[in-house]
Design a protein around this ligand. Sequence first.
Ligand code: SF4
Ligand code: SF4
Length: 162
Amino acid sequence: MSLASFKSTILHNLVSKPKTRRTEKEYPAGTRGHVENDMDVCVLCGLCSIKCPTHAITVDKAAKTWSIRPMSCIQCRCCVDNCPKKCLSMGLRFQEPGSEKVTHTFKQSEKAIAAQEALMKAAKERAAAAAAAKAAQAQAQGQAAPAPAPAAKAPENKTEEK
Ligand code: SF4
Ligand code: SF4
């Protein structure tokens, strides 16, 4: 490289914009930053936990919590695509760097708990109504059916006396 072209390269670099991207301000389309969960919508069904190939997600139905280990997540988006409530998303922000394997735990919101309980109550009521209707139908069919015919008298065994 001649000295003249070297100088032109230096001058060009001095006046041109940086080629690198400010990642904390700009995220390209399709960035798979990290998994976020809207706990107002999550019903703790556990499907995301089952689908996660790295077992990064844990769902505790009894404690009503959803947990994720960010360092185990490979940003495959499998949980997001399989969530039936569509409450998971890939946040447009990269993971914070860290030296410890942390677990982020989120508790199901009161709103989601109330909504889930209402859904379960409605489902139980529907099941009870269906069972009652079925029992009533069976009873009606039993009353409408003709009375069974009396059993035929069995022939007497006669032995001839000599
Ligand atoms: S995030 Fe979605 S898939 Fe996972 S437990 Fe909640 S509702 Fe189910
Ligand atoms: S993005 Fe993939 S690896 Fe990360 S939590 Fe979801 S399913 Fe697991």
